[in-house]
Design a protein around this ligand. Structure first.
Ligand SMILES: [Zn+2]
Length: 353
């Protein structure tokens, strides 16, 4: 088995981590290598569930922070082993997100007396269907492993803090009519024609901008699909418009549903699925200290990410990592070395002194 060397610097460690291939579902070798080296660190206790490894300090501090990253990658694109050139590491997993994992491992190994207790989470199956997600599995089976006051997910963000994430709701607006032969259309009621009123209502709706902890979340309520029609000679008796509402994380799923029902008042609305947002939690002392230390303006996260899994457990969370999200999942994936050291340095100063 390839042995990881935690005395390597974070760039060399990124290369070593990437060269142990770990496409989703095939993380065992890497999970074992990580577990092996962490078990040798005297100030950590280590747990393992499937191909997830969780290590923690137990210093009795009032505050505990969680630093998490996934160890799987998307399928290779003929881009391993890594190639290092002019301050840049090329290869699958460099940006998303083994450079972040390398920083986690360096912190875990070398911060023997952090100023807050720290839990380091290395998990499997992030790049595939949500029900396989290792972080979700730990949250269900061992929620106490993820307990903390604040969490940092070291996903690629160009070393900028991205706080929270928006929630998402999908619903169908169902329009009903009366079926008839299209040659005698006056005997029917056309459900597809009724869609016009719904679409005009959606088009006119001004989505909210919600400021939370200084971050502006831009909401959106949009039609994302429409179906209707029976045959070329039939007046349709049903039409469905699928709408998607991306809502700021200060709204619950129930409140989001109320907004959609209010905007579409008078129409039949069937909510089909919802996912809650995640509050950035930047006003919490550990989070505020983190943002102050990292510097720069935090940005809101618009998509849905694993920070929501922490949020669901009552742990506010942000994304912060060295990689460039723009090259994630590309054949040309790479990570610059300078931001890897910068992230490590900033995390170190946040957690020491
Ligand atoms: Zn990722």
């Amino acid at each position: 088995m390839t042995r990881l060397d935690l005395s390597d610097d974070a760039a060399a460690l990124t290369v070593a981590l990437c060269n142990i291939q770990s496409v989703s579902g095939d993380e065992r070798r890497l999970a074992e290598a990580i577990e092996l080296v962490l078990r040798e660190v005297p100030h950590l206790t280590v747990d393992r569930d499937g191909d997830a490894v969780v290590a923690r300090t137990n210093l009795g501090h009032d505050e505990r922070v969680v630093i998490a990253g996934h160890i799987d990658t998307v399928p290779l694109g003929d881009n391993l082993p890594c190639r290092v050139e002019e301050g840049r590491i090329h290869g699958c997993g460099t940006t998303d997100m083994k450079s972040g994992v390398a920083v986690q491992l360096r912190l875990a190994a070398h911060l023997s007396a952090p100023n807050r207790d720290v839990t380091y989470v290395f998990y499997d199956h992030e790049e595939v269907e949500a029900d396989k997600n290792g972080l979700g599995r730990i949250g269900r089976k061992h929620p106490e492993w993820l307990a903390g006051n604040f969490a940092v997910l070291m996903e690629p963000t160009n070393a900028i803090v991205e706080g929270g994430c928006q929630g998402s709701l999908r619903a169908d607006v169902v329009l009903r009519g009366h079926r008839a032969h299209s040659a005698r259309s006056w005997l029917g009621t056309n459900a597809v024609h009724a869609a016009g009123d719904v679409l005009r209502r959606l088009d006119a709706y001004q989505a909210e901008e919600v400021v939370i902890d200084g971050l502006t979340y831009r909401e959106g309520l949009n039609a994302v699909g429409i179906t209707g029609g029976v045959a070329g000679n039939v007046i349709p008796d049903e039409c469905r418009i699928t709408v998607n509402y991306r809502f700021a994380p200060d709204k619950s799923e129930e409140q989001a549903a109320q907004v959609v029902r209010r905007v579409l008042d008078g129409f039949e609305v069937e909510i089909s699925d919802t996912a809650p947002g995640a509050l950035p939690g930047l006003s919490h002392p550990a989070a505020a200290a983190f943002v102050a230390m990292v510097g720069g303006e935090p940005l809101p996260k618009f998509g849905w990410t694993d920070v929501s899994r922490f949020s669901a457990l009552g742990v506010p969370a942000v994304n912060y990592g060295p990689g460039d999200p723009g090259v994630a999942h590309q054949r040309e994936e790479y990570c610059d070395i300078a931001p890897i050291f910068e992230c490590e340095q900033k995390m170190l100063s946040w957690l020491s002194g």
